[in-house]
Design a protein around this ligand. Structure first.
Ligand code: NAI
Length: 702
């Protein structure tokens, strides 16, 4: 692993070889630099071609080294690029596949670039809160012009090589080579070497190219305005504009200094830390401590879904989208017809919006079949149950599945509150049983909580996690407990929201404070959207199961008025027919005030800071217990649940990352203050032992 050296005629071929995407890790950089030195020293070598092994040229920095001393050890990327740029023999990049971030910056240090068509080219650093840091912001404008380069840098999105090569005046690619890229690159390199040797033609360096814009000031003012709207909570996009502006207004070396200064400053921002945390958290979620990556997986070629309601339909769409055939099973034909019609309607609305083509729609619908008989699904490799949330109903379904399903089929339940171990006990094959907790709408929401029962087989877990990736979900493993990771935490958050009302807040004030913090929606708007009756049903159960647990009665009073939310056109807010705008409700405010008075509470003014801290730290404290109990295996998993399933602001990195950034010592101090509030729940605010321990040791969750 590193970079291979090979001689073809009078050309040295250096092949980046660091799977999976030839990341520019330390060994690769060292071997590349050694290869260049060797080629320069060898009189028989006239030119160098750099390419990538496998399907990538280079995906950029090696993420395994991120944040470690190896990442910046010499030769670092900047030094390597300087080495290539100043190489006395022509250096040609033969871009065979993915060319991103540092990989693209490396190629811009070469004298020439040839690429295969269909290659994804990108500078994605903005997606982790940074700007390109190895000359990308200075060199890309020189080869593509300011506007195209800035678009690529600000969006971070990949663009196909042939598209870039078709832009008038572009200097990024010397040629697009549909076949035998290496042959063409070696021949090209030999010709350039001959020209260089015989005519003394200087080797072109991107740094020497001119970059200009006819109307630079106006353009950059416009660009700044554009990114402001796009990236409210993130500093990096605006800094991309600053860096590209430097490419126009400063000399090359000064621009490089500007780029470096911006890069380093961004690296220290909480937003960048949050984005990097989320980036790595997503990857870490698929790693399960006691399930090795090479755990054998079962083949999933056919899926069955029991129940064609809200969730069953959405769940089915995920598999249809991924090209897997799905059979939906119901008790009555009408229910099946309704379910199929809803799926079709969803696809048709995507068609109307131009997000789906007719042939794709037809192909997906063709993969869908329906049945009323279990015998028709017996050969499915995976069956997901999404019937009513009642243990008795689930029991019947799983006993039947146990009888009819072929051996080795995975049996999954989409239950959101029931005990997955108990469901497994209805079958003779608990090792095949697992929870797949999708979020509504299941075809849209990114999160999938994969619930691991006591007896769930490791191969079953590995298979479902891989399948989660295939259907493009962020899959997070949760142990069995009431509410799993996400809903168990949100219950504490909702309790705090209720106490805040009793103490003097209005629903609008709480929602506004939380939305200003960055949540997509405050707790009361969220309740109105999801239906306040759902929480009511859960609380009624809790009053029986956990009579010592205190809840504010406000939400019950609201439900007693039939104000279930948007579906009844009245909830915490008023709604006008056909509209979703939440209008503050006088009636609700009076109801809350009356209730507070009945409790003898004198309303007080509560700051936005207190609102946010009570809500977010309630998540944090419950999460610490979840971690301690091993329900989640790592703090970043909890953050991924909240970022992808609960609208937690990405720029805060999730509740655990946020708590770390506040400092766990401070979090604990604040909790102690909340515990002293007579109207709150003092016992809940005792810091969870794990949190207390980390705070005392000056450590963090993540
Ligand atoms: P739903 O009421 O929309 O759909 C349930 C469907 O199951 C109905 O079409 C019904 O005819 C069918 N069904 C009932 N018993 C059946 C049986 N014995 N055999 C075959 N079909 C049967 O309910 P929804 O919302 O889709 O919920 C389904 C499951 O998903 C529940 O366990 C629920 O807790 C869970 N869930 C629901 C979420 C939501 O936001 N709605 C979110 C996450 C999980």
């Amino acid at each position: 692993m590193g970079a291979q050296y090979e001689v073809r005629g009078n050309v040295a071929v250096l092949t980046l070889d660091n799977p999976p995407v030839n990341g520019l890790g330390y060994d690769t950089r060292v071997q590349l630099a050694q290869g260049v030195d060797r080629a320069v020293a060898d009189a028989a070598i006239a030119a160098i071609v750099i390419t990538g092994a496998g399907r990538a040229f280079s995906g950029g920095a090696d993420i395994k080294e991120f944040g470690s001393p190896k990442a910046i050890a010499e030769p670092n990327l900047l030094s390597l690029i300087r080495l290539l740029e100043n190489c006395p023999k022509p250096v040609v990049a033969a871009i065979n596949g993915v060319c991103m971030g540092g990989g693209l910056e490396l190629s811009l240090g070469c004298h020439y670039r040839l690429a295969a068509p269909g290659v994804d080219v990108a500078l994605p650093e903005v997606k982790i809160g940074l700007i390109p840091g190895a000359g990308g912001t200075q060199r890309l404008p020189r080869v593509l012009g300011v506007e195209t380069a800035l678009n690529i840098i600000v969006s971070g999105d990949p663009v196909k090589s042939e598209l870039l090569a078709s832009l008038p005046g572009q200097k990024l690619f010397d040629q697009i080579v549909p076949e035998d890229l290496m042959g063409a690159a070696c021949a090209f390199a030999a010709v350039k070497a001959a020209e260089h040797q015989s005519h003394g033609t200087p080797l072109p360096r991107v740094r020497d190219m001119k970059v200009q814009h006819e109307n630079a000031d106006a353009y950059f003012a416009f660009a700044r305005n554009m990114v402001k709207g796009m990236a409210k909570n993130f500093p990096a996009p605006a800094k991309c504009v600053d860096a590209v502006e430097a490419s126009v207004k400063q000399k090359f070396d000064e621009g490089m200094v500007t780029e470096r200064e911006i890069f380093i400053a961004l690296m220290m921002t909480p937003e960048c830390k949050a984005l990097r945390h989320a980036f790595f958290g997503e990857r870490a979620a698929s790693k399960i401590p006691d399930v090795p990556e090479d755990t054998p997986q079962r083949k999933i070629n056919k899926v069955a879904v029991i129940g064609a309601g809200t969730m069953g339909g959405g769940i089915s769409m995920n598999f249809l989208n991924a090209g897997l055939p799905v059979t939906m099973l119901e008790m009555k034909q009408e229910a099946l017809d309704r379910g199929v019609a809803t799926i079709r309607k969803n696809y048709e609305s995507q068609l109307k919006k131009g997000k789906l083509k007719q042939d794709k729609l037809d192909a997906r619908m063709a993969l869908l079949s329906t049945t009323l008989n279990y015998s028709d699904i017996a050969d499915a490799d995976l069956v997901i149950e999404a019937v009513f949330e009642e243990m008795g109903v689930k029991e019947k379904v799983f006993k039947t599945l146990d009888e009819v399903m072929k051996p080795g089929a995975i049996l999954a339940s989409n239950t959101s509150t029931l005990d997955v171990n108990q469901i497994a006990s209805f079958t003779q094959r608990p090792q095949d049983l697992i929870g797949t907790h999708f979020f509504s709408p299941a075809n849209v929401m990114k999160l999938l909580e994969v619930v691991r029962g006591e007896k769930t087989g490791k191969d079953v877990l590995a298979t479902v996690m891989a399948l989660g990736k295939k259907i493009r979900k962020t899959s997070v493993v949760s142990g069995v407990c009431d509410g799993f990771i996400g809903n168990r935490m949100i219950e504490q958050y909702s309790r705090q929201a209720g106490f805040l009302l009793e103490e003097g807040c209005t629903p609008v004030q709480v929602d506004k404070a939380v939305e200003k913090f960055g949540f997509a929606m405050g707790p009361f708007r969220m309740g109105d959207l999801a239906g306040n009756d759902i929480g009511w049903a859960i609380r009624k159960r809790r009053y029986q199961e956990k009579p010592h647990m205190r809840y504010s009665k406000t939400a019950d009073l609201l439900c007693e008025l039939g104000r279930y939310g948007q579906k009844t056109a009245a909830g915490w807010y008023d709604y006008q027919a056909g509209k979703r705008d939440a209008i503050p409700s006088k009636l609700v405010e009076e109801m809350i005030a009356k209730h507070s008075a009945s409790l003898g509470i004198t309303p007080r003014k509560i700051s936005d800071e207190e609102i946010v801290h009570r809500l977010v730290y309630s998540l944090v404290n419950e999460a610490a217990k979840i971690l301690e109990e091993g329900i989640a295996s790592k703090a970043s998993d909890i953050d991924m649940v909240y970022l992808t399933g609960y609208g937690f602001p990405l720029h805060r990195g999730g509740p655990m990352c946020y708590a770390d950034q506040q400092g766990l010592f401070n979090v604990v101090q604040t909790m102690k203050k909340f515990a002293a509030n007579p109207h709150d729940d003092a016992s809940f605010w005792q810091p969870a032992p794990l949190l207390a321990k980390l705070a005392a040791e000056g450590k963090t969750f993540t």
